[in-house]
Ligand binder design. Structure first.
Ligand SMILES: Nc1ncnc2c1ncn2[C@@H]1O[C@H](COP(=O)(O)OP(=O)(O)OP(=O)(O)O)[C@@H](O)[C@H]1O
Ligand SMILES: [Mg+2]
Length: 318
């Protein structure tokens, strides 16, 4: 159960290898929620997992966070094995140095904004943070997401957009190298969503964390991603870089994505790296927006029955 020692700084922040997670339904039927998935997230990378309801996006994030135990495969974070079915390694969530942000804001209703954001700093095992340092970092995180004036408010006294900003501050306060986002913008209205996307891209650039972001919204994927992985029935069907030239919007990073793409495709033989165009997006079919991809892809991938939000524990403690 001894995790490996981290290696050089060029080590991917996340390496997922041949991951499998099956669920047994009450009926006895078995669902392959993650079906032999392999991919990497490089330092500073913004990878979006795109796919329709029930295709395994949340399960994959939860497995990386340590909230779900896969059946097969391995996960390395910063070069350290945090899960390996073969070697019987399973590092608990609080020792993975990952932050996760959920669709439902998952704030503690009885805590002020300040206390909600301070929670991860106070609850981490083995790393005591001094009280004044906590106060400094919480205020810095609240300012960063633009809600510094709300520190004494309770979640019930805030708008949805404000609550999601608090949740974002809580995810960023630890300065973790990796932040997992599970559809964090889908509960806020379109205008706020657009604003938060823009801010998220600049925050990621400024802070330099690596992001793995789940969405079923193709536009969102195009706006945020350095690379997009399309999930289809628990498998990565396609892997590509968004082509932003047609929107006039600059790439989210100045770093070369081709180097990352080459490395990723070399390690993930089943993934195909290609470029995405953000237009046209007729009828919401991502397949038609695929530039240079598979002609067989013409709509949403196959997927299982829609999963219920409640199937995923949304504890505010996370
Ligand atoms: N605890 C569980 N028990 C049984 N089946 C589960 C469980 N959690 C997820 N599943 C099933 O695994 C599949 C993948 O679910 P998951 O929540 O990962 O999908 P998703 O892509 O996140 O969907 P959504 O976009 O609706 O959130 C679904 O078919 C779902 O019903
Ligand atoms: Mg989900």
């Amino acid at each position: 159960m001894t995790p490996d020692t981290p290696t050089a700084s060029s080590t991917p922040v996340v390496e997922v290898s041949n991951l499998v997670k099956r669920f047994r339904r009450e009926s006895g039927a078995v669902v392959n929620a993650i079906d032999d998935v392999s991919f990497e997230v490089a330092a500073g990378d913004f990878v979006v997992l795109l796919g329709p309801s029930g295709c395994g996006k949340t399960t994959l994030l939860r497995a990386i966070a340590g909230l779900e135990t896969p059946d097969q495969g391995a996960i390395r974070i910063g070069g350290r094995a945090v899960f390996s079915a073969a070697d019987r390694v399973e590092v608990p969530p609080e020792r993975r140095d990952i932050s996760m942000i959920f669709q439902s804001y998952a704030l503690w209703p009885h805590m002020t904004a300040f206390k909600n954001v301070a929670y991860p700093l106070q609850s981490r095992r083995g790393r005591k943070v001094a009280k004044d340092e906590i106060a400094r970092r919480v205020r810095q995180a609240l300012e960063l997401v633009g809600v510094g004036e709300l520190e004494t408010q309770y979640p019930g006294q805030m708008s949805g957009g404000q609550q999601q900003r608090i949740a974002l501050a809580r995810a960023l306060v630890n300065n973790d190298e990796l932040v997992l986002f599970d559809e964090p913008l889908s509960n806020v209205d379109a205008k706020v969503r657009e604003q938060l996307r823009f801010e998220l891209v600049s925050m990621q650039r400024k802070l330099g964390f690596s992001a793995l972001f789940v969405t079923h919204d193709q536009t969102e994927a195009m706006e945020l991603a350095h690379r997009i992985a399309v999930l289809d029935s628990g498998r990565i069907a396609q892997f590509g870089t968004p082509r932003r030239s047609t929107t006039g919007r600059p790439p989210a990073t100045s770093r070369s994505s081709s180097a990352r793409s080459t490395r990723s495709s070399a390690r993930s033989p089943r993934s195909r790296e290609t470029a995405w165009s953000s237009t046209p997006r007729t009828g919401g079919s991502w397949g038609r927006a695929w530039a240079g991809g598979s002609p067989s892809v013409t709509g949403w991938p196959r997927c299982g029955v829609p999963s219920e939000e409640s199937s995923v524990a949304r504890s505010p403690a996370r």
